[in-house]
Design a protein around this ligand. Structure first.
Ligand code: PMP
Length: 353
């Protein structure tokens, strides 16, 4: 730390992203990326002319892409905000709506507590139940901003829309953020409730189901008034937060929605295969609905398994939080990758026992 850092950031603990190693090629099952490339039409949309046009700024309104995203959910363009990955919209939400504090589960996406710290927000961290399910009644009538990932990460467990409805109805004076980074793999989007609740903000991303993690594109959907508030912060931070290439590829991606939804279906099938195979090796696997599984073995620690897999060229995610340190989060890759993963796990377990 230099002597110049504003003391308010001295104790800030930054978010630790998953590894993106360059040393060798891994079967990479650690950061929930899609194993499938973007649609051929998206790849074909990029050419030298697009790169030459980088001398020009991107459209700060993003209207064309906002219209297309709105079209997926029956919303107007001004019910949508575009951000640099969904981390960016979550950051804006914490800045904008947590004047009375923020509440979220103890086991959830690690960035929530970082944003809370970054902005000096009072937080109420609510423990999930023993089996990692969320009791929606814990979130009723809290009178502060609420953030729930649905499906949750890293557990993959989801809550039904009826429970989200109850949380919205009992917190009418505060924004309820539903982070749907993984909704396309089997969840149900709360976007269907947007016409009924003016305190709902739904966030999504192109990073997982839409094969664009490296392009950084996320979005929020909410009432026009909430979007206006968020736009105020976006224009006060970086009006060009979406670069020209990402904006163009984002439009082509929405145009080819069917291709991506088919990939989600394939991933859900491969998830079912992987869950069964892990269970037959003695693992406890949570019934997750994301593009990942959260699993633990009774006879090898989460850390030991992570290290042994890495040694053999397979990367999964391990967390040090004591409540979940015996688990690993395993991204669902192609069927072939998952067969290789299962073979490697079997080999490790046979070597250990
Ligand atoms: N929400 C959740 C629950 C996540 O797991 C992630 C991915 N790390 C994000 C949001 C943010 O992803 P991105 O910024 O790539 O959209």
């Amino acid at each position: 730390m230099s002597q110049f850092l504003n003391p308010r950031y001295a104790s800030l603990e930054a978010y630790t992203p998953g590894e993106q190693p360059r040393d060798k090629r891994y079967i990479k099952l650690n950061t929930n990326e899609s194993p499938y490339p973007p649609a051929p039409e998206v790849v074909a949309a990029m050419d030298a002319a697009q790169v030459e046009d980088l001398r020009l700024y991107s459209d700060p309104t993003g209207k064309a892409l906002r219209e297309k995203i709105g079209g997926l959910y029956g919303l107007q363009w001004d019910n949508v905000i575009l951000t640099n990955g969904s981390d960016d919209i979550l950051n804006f939400a914490f800045m904008a709506f947590s004047g009375d504090g923020a509440a979220f589960p103890d086991i959830t996406y690690g960035f929530y507590s970082v944003f809370a710290q970054l902005h000096g927000i009072d937080t109420q961290v609510i423990p999930l139940k023993e089996d990692f399910t969320l009791d929606y009644r814990d979130y009723c009538g809290l009178n502060k901003m609420i953030v729930i990932a649905n499906p949750n990460a890293p557990t993959g467990l989801a809550i039904p829309l009826e429970q989200i409805r109850a949380i919205l109805e009992t917190n009418p004076g505060h924004v309820v953020v539903i982070d749907e980074a993984y909704v396309d793999f089997g969840g149900e989007s709360a976007a269907a409730l947007l016409g009924q609740y003016d305190n709902l903000l739904v966030t999504q991303t192109f990073s997982k189901s839409r094969s664009m993690a490296g392009a950084r594109l996320g979005f929020g959907m909410a009432s026009k008034a909430i979007i206006e508030d968020l736009e105020k912060l976006r224009y006060s931070t970086n009006p060009y937060n979406i670069n020209r290439l990402t904006m163009l590829l984002g439009e082509k991606t929405v145009d080819n929605n069917g291709y991506y939804m088919e990939n989600c279906r394939r991933i859900a099938d491969t998830r079912a295969y992987t869950q069964k195979a892990l269970e037959s090796l003695g693992f406890t696997v949570l019934p997750g609905l994301g593009n990942f599984l959260f699993a633990q073995s009774p006879d090898i620690s989460g850390e030991a398994l992570y290290l042994a897999l890495k040694d053999r060229g397979v990367l999964v995610r391990h967390f040090t939080n004591p409540r979940i340190c015996n688990y690993n989060r395993i991204t669902i890759g192609t069927r072939q990758e998952m067969e290789e993963f299962i073979r490697t796990v079997r080999e490790i377990k046979e070597g250990t026992l």
